[in-house]
Design a binder for this molecule. Structure first.
Ligand SMILES: NC(=O)c1ccc[n+]([C@@H]2O[C@H](COP(=O)([O-])OP(=O)(O)OC[C@H]3O[C@@H](n4cnc5c(N)ncnc54)[C@H](O)[C@@H]3O)[C@@H](O)[C@H]2O)c1
Length: 288
């Protein structure tokens, strides 16, 4: 049983669909008989992804469209929405998933900061704001799934631009879901996909084989489908290295930096590293 938004002949739009998690999602949706729009930067990868998606669809080429889109450009996202409506009439599932991770440094590389924000944060905000009104108005059940990251929650040192952008995706998607659930007659809900370590174009770093620790994109989409069926807002995916219990502890510890008045990122602070290790072993404290 899938969430009812994934009904046959419903319409799904996936950004970043030429690769990785987005491609796996597009293929899954097509396999369910949905009409699927793959949105990604123009090129052979997008065309190939569309071909692979058509191959899975029970309804053939007419049910799959590739629309070249740059999510960092609001006019491109508006053209995507107009193109989807012209072709399929309405949207039931929107997955704002396109992302980049070029790496960043706290005090240099302004262009990189702006690019990471434009794709990873503005791409999600603009995508949601452009598509949501017509999705709400058509009155049928639907989903907006925004791809965040654990790095937007526990904000580990090393890639601050990515962390800040993904923290924004979390805050935006929480606010979006609050708004949707308080909108009369709205049958659309928003969800935050929080992948673990997934072997994709983003993380391959020249590797040609999946590291043991990583999940595949298909496993991630399996987990997402089950979580959506359960009605979960936070789709907190484990991987082969990090289980849910560990993620819960890491998230609690990060929030505890404020509550306990510790320094920020104390998990990586020499004065607190041992206490964090001990915290990981202890049973998770009960939250009232
Ligand atoms: N792979 C992981 O371990 C992991 C972990 C946490 C979060 N994520 C997030 O998952 C999402 C999907 O990433 P992935 O791992 O499948 O990587 P991926 O590189 O395989 O796929 C990302 C896709 O986004 C597309 N894209 C990049 N810039 C774009 C733009 N301006 N407009 C349109 N499309 C654009 C790329 O062309 C690519 O096809 C990203 O938001 C990423 O931050 C991934």
């Amino acid at each position: 049983m899938n969430h009812p938004a994934f009904a046959s002949n419903h319409v799904a739009v996936v950004t970043g669909a030429a690769s990785g998690i987005g491609l796996a999602a597009a293929r899954r949706f097509a396999g369910l008989g949905m009409n699927v729009v793959l949105a990604d930067l123009p090129g052979e990868r997008l065309d190939k992804a569309a071909e692979q998606t058509v191959a899975i669809s029970p309804h053939g080429p007419g049910s799959v469209a590739a629309i070249a889109t740059d999510v960092s450009d609001i006019s491109s996202l508006k053209a995507l929405e107009a193109g989807v409506i012209a072709r399929f009439g309405r949207v039931h599932v929107l997955m704002n998933n396109a992302g980049i991770q070029p790496g960043s440094a706290i005090l240099s590389g302004n262009d990189t900061w702006e690019k990471v924000f434009a794709v990873n944060l503005w791409g999600v905000i603009n995508g949601s704001r452009i598509f949501a009104p017509a999705m709400i108005a058509h009155g049928q059940t639907g989903l907006i799934i925004n791809t965040g990251s654990k790095q937007g929650i526990t904000t580990p040192p090393g890639d601050p631009a990515y962390n800040v952008a993904k923290a924004g995706v979390k805050a935006f998607t929480e606010a979006l879901q609050h708004e949707l659930r308080n909108t009369a007659d709205c049958k659309i809900s928003a969800h935050l996909l929080i992948p673990g370590f997934v072997y994709t174009g983003l993380t391959a770093n020249g590797r040609t084989e999946k590291p043991d620790a990583a999940w595949t994109s298909q496993e991630t989409v399996d987990f997402m489908m089950q979580s959506l069926e359960n009605g979960d807002f936070y789709i907190l995916c484990p991987d082969n290295d990090v289980d849910r219990a560990t993620d819960e502890k890491r998230i609690l510890w990060a929030a505890g930096d404020i509550v306990e008045n510790r320094p920020p990122l104390s998990r990586w602070h020499p004065d607190h590293a041992d206490t964090f290790k001990a915290f990981l072993i202890k049973a998770r404290p009960k939250i009232d």
